[in-house]
Write a protein that binds this ligand. Structure first.
Ligand SMILES: [Zn+2]
Ligand SMILES: [Zn+2]
Length: 111
């Protein structure tokens, strides 16, 4: 194996994504990190243009409008850099970059 710079911009990627319980999502990363997320926390931090102002970064989403029983019904990889969440409230425009996912991590280590 030779050291190449081509991989240096690629951060850790999700290796395994699973629903731990209805309110918790777990991700195992390629660097061995074990992330846990409250699904509501993820929905509240949706990075799409209707949830966050693209220019100012100010949140447009009112957490009060998120249903009590919010949960992802489907997930999809977007290229090599992001995960698209399909929520049970019909929202599916948020592309969560791997970087953002690591920032939102709520495991004991990251909290
Ligand atoms: Zn959104
Ligand atoms: Zn973590």
């Amino acid at each position: 194996m030779t050291e190449e710079n081509s991989t240096s911009t690629t951060g850790p990627a999700p290796k395994d994504i699973r629903q731990v319980d209805p309110a918790t999502l777990g991700i195992t990363w390629t660097d061995g990190h074990e992330s846990t997320y409250g699904v509501r926390h993820l929905r509240e931090n949706c990075p799409c243009a209707s949830c966050i102002d693209e220019w100012t970064g100010v949140k447009r989403l009112d957490p009060a409008t998120i249903p009590e029983n919010i949960k992802p019904v489907n997930l999809q990889s977007v290229g090599l850099y992001a995960i698209q969440f399909f929520w049970n409230d019909g929202h599916d425009t948020g592309f969560y970059s791997h970087k953002l996912m690591r920032k939102l991590c709520q495991c004991i280590e990251c909290l």
